[in-house]
Design a protein around this ligand. Structure first.
Ligand SMILES: NC(=O)c1ccc[n+]([C@@H]2O[C@H](COP(=O)([O-])OP(=O)(O)OC[C@H]3O[C@@H](n4cnc5c(N)ncnc54)[C@H](OP(=O)(O)O)[C@@H]3O)[C@@H](O)[C@H]2O)c1
Length: 319
């Protein structure tokens, strides 16, 4: 089969499409014919070799994907022919086939395409965990999705809207802002405009924001603390550097800064997340947005694009 292989850490060009030996299922594993692989910023950090999770070389990138089960290993409770999305793989999803632990495959409802299935795991699980398992958000609260046009942001807007929250999103392009409104935000701001955060007081009738989901904490965390409501929480989802902040902003509001890394999620919490997401896909409140499909051979281009401004939902690779 064909797979993207990385022989050395480095720029996107280190990813090469190669022929590799077929995979064989072990106990409690399933083999999935990959129909689409989700591209996440974390895949680029792993490729650079700078991420906390550093695979042994050579490796096939990719955590997210969707496809059809073609083989079931001993003891695995799964059926050949099932349409599934993946919440992790043993061998990497940027490939025609991927081995997965049986616990990491989840049914895709018939109304979702494989590309939409590949857009589920990291974005939706992160958004859900940030909102409900970390920030303990409630339907009556306001949420600022700071970076709402990308994979995690769109998922967060849909999930928070479905929970009845007052959702404010931000995006850097007109096209991104239209998407954020269409997916359920009540207001959208331009995070490239000067002083755009000044509007948050008016938008919350002077109360401030209850929950902020932060995609770029190194740029925004200091400013986030100044717009929080009393008892407000900021969940740091993304950060690409250091930041200066005034601790007194947190002190005066009884505010909390909460970190999160999806890979730290416990097994029971994961089960709760994927069963809540399944309900949202069934009732139509959650609809993954795929902005771009590229052939598997264009993995290097996908990695360049996922790091550029102008996000629009997800980028997926088609083997
Ligand atoms: N902690 C975790 O477990 C976890 C899980 C998933 C993702 N992440 C991280 O979270 C971040 C978002 O992930 P993603 O998959 O949504 O990435 P993505 O699809 O590439 O989206 C990036 C988002 O950040 C926005 N952004 C750009 N400049 C911004 C600014 N100054 N202020 C606020 N937002 C800004 C982009 O908006 P425009 O393009 O419209 O400007 C876009 O909405 C990444 O850094 C990723 O590594 C962490």
């Amino acid at each position: 089969m064909k797979a993207i292989r990385v022989d050395e850490f480095g720029p996107p060009s280190v990813m090469k499409l190669e022929n590799v030996p077929d995979l064989v299922t072990g106990p409690m594993q399933v083999l999935v014919q990959v129909k689409a692989a989700g591209v996440n910023p974390a895949d680029t950090y792993t490729r650079l070799g700078t991420y906390a999770r550093k695979p042994a070389l050579p490796y096939t990138p990719g955590i997210d994907g969707a496809g059809i089960i073609v083989s079931v290993g001993e003891g695995a409770k799964a059926k050949v022919g099932s349409r599934v999305y993946l919440s992790g793989t043993v061998t990497g999803s940027y490939a025609e086939q991927a081995l997965c632990q049986a616990a990491d495959v989840h049914p895709i409802p018939s109304q979702l395409s494989f590309s939409q299935g590949a857009a589920v795991n990291i974005p939706y699980a992160t958004a859900y965990r940030a909102l409900f398992q970390r920030a303990k958000a409630k339907g009556s609260e306001s949420v600022l999705v700071h970076g709402a046009s990308g994979g995690v942001g769109v998922a967060a807007v849909q999930i928070a809207n479905a929970a009845g929250m007052n959702v404010i999103g931000t995006a850097g392009t007109e096209r991104g802002r239209e998407l954020v409104m269409k997916e359920g935000a009540q207001h959208v701001l331009d995070h490239t405009a000067p002083n755009y955060m000044d509007q948050l007081s008016t938008l919350t009738q002077g109360r401030g924001i209850d929950v902020i989901l932060e995609m770029l904490a190194n740029v925004n965390l200091g400013k986030d603390l100044k717009v929080l409501a009393p008892g407000g929480r900021v969940v740091v989802i993304g950060s690409r550097g250091t930041v200066q902040l005034d601790p007194r902003d947190a002190m005066t509001r009884d505010a909390e800064i909460l970190g999160m890394l999806l890979f730290n999620t416990s097994e029971p919490a994961k089960v709760a997340i994927h069963s809540a997401l399944a309900k949202g896909f069934e009732d139509g409140s959650l609809r993954p947005i795929v902005g771009k499909e590229l052939p598997l051979s264009e993995a290097p281009r996908a990695h360049e694009e996922v790091m550029k401004p102008g996000a629009y939902g997800k980028i997926v690779l088609i083997p």
